[in-house]
Write a protein that binds this ligand. Structure first.
Ligand SMILES: C[S@@+](CC[C@H](N)C(=O)[O-])C[C@H]1O[C@@H](n2cnc3c(N)ncnc32)[C@H](O)[C@@H]1O
Length: 283
């Protein structure tokens, strides 16, 4: 029997590892939003009163960035408890008391949302403690789509092993968003450079001969370790994401490589590789 395949438990425990927690907490405290993120949030999320859902919030780097931009109806979730604790304490430290955090796996968002008494569903409000009333539930749908926009930043969606699971997460996010809601997320791109293309041609040969890392789930996956911890990442090509969006209730509105959106600081480039930004609309 070979080594076990990577599962969501592997990914969750890697994110809960102290090395990763320090890395993401530091970024949340000191790095904040990237230029590219800020530009796209300002362009595609013009309404500061919108109910915003952030998936894979980690230690709160983007969550606090949204708060600082003036959003006051933010709901954020992550499945890594340690990172979520960091996000909660940073929000408290920054006086961002209205952000509603809850623990959930993006592929099972409905469980967290429909579970009576779940922290995902505040009794009287979504996003603002004691503020905006929750959208009324109807008897036919106890869980109506309530968010005006969603984000899943810094490739978190691509850290879900298995395409069917990534599609489940996209579907679950679509389920909680209103029609027309923008969804901003990032992915890597296997075709970003000639060097990458060559590396993936070689990886395709390994898959063809069965000599790939046996822990990987699908072609396009990577699992590596560096000083920031262990990382699972699925690297798609553009067609894969277009197909996944179309199959899950989203319509692509925009996509562009980060280098074509903004010139990032050294600190941001050191923190993160090149990626593709996507904006989809809830159909
Ligand atoms: C690269 S980190 C980014 C964290 C934060 N958004 C940032 O930009 O600093 C990806 C995040 O996605 C979360 N994540 C991955 N898979 C998830 C899932 N299935 N459900 C919820 N969160 C998930 C991880 O726990 C991690 O916090």
């Amino acid at each position: 029997m070979g080594p076990e395949k990577i599962t969501s438990d592997t990914v969750r425990s890697d994110f809960n590892d102290p090395v990763a927690v320090v890395h993401y907490a530091r970024a949340a405290h000191f790095l904040g939003l990237w230029q590219s993120e800020r530009r796209l949030i300002e362009r595609f999320f013009p309404d500061r009163d919108a109910q915003i859902l952030e998936g894979g919030c980690g230690a709160g780097r983007v969550t606090i960035g949204l708060w600082d931009l003036g959003f006051r109806h933010i709901t954020a979730f992550d499945f890594a408890e340690e990172l979520l604790d960091q996000a909660r304490s940073l929000a408290k430290e920054r006086g961002a008391h209205g952000i509603h955090f809850f623990h959930a796996d993006a592929t099972k968002l409905d469980e967290a949302m429909t579970n009576p008494g779940s922290a995902a569903v505040p009794a009287t409000s979504v996003g603002v403690a004691g503020g905006t009333p929750a959208l009324p539930a109807t008897s036919s749908d106890p869980f109506p789509p309530r968010f005006h926009g969603a984000l899943f930043m810094f490739n978190g969606l691509m850290q879900i092993p298995g395409r069917a699971n990534r599609r489940a997460a996209l579907q679950q996010l679509a389920r909680v968003c209103r029609h027309g809601a923008p969804f901003l997320f990032t992915t890597h791109d296997r075709n970003v450079s000639a060097r990458e293309r060559q590396a993936w041609r070689e990886e395709a040969e390994r898959w063809a001969s069965g000599t790939q890392d046996p822990r990987l789930v699908e072609f396009g996956d990577r699992y590596f370790e560096d000083p920031t911890g262990r990382t699972f990442m699925h690297l798609p090509d553009r067609e894969e994401i277009l197909a996944d969006l179309a199959a899950t209730g989203w319509e692509r509105q925009f996509d562009m490589l980060r280098r074509d959106i903004a010139m990032e600081s050294r600190a941001v480039v050191d923190f993160s590789d090149e990626c593709r930004f996507w904006v989809a609309r809830r159909v």
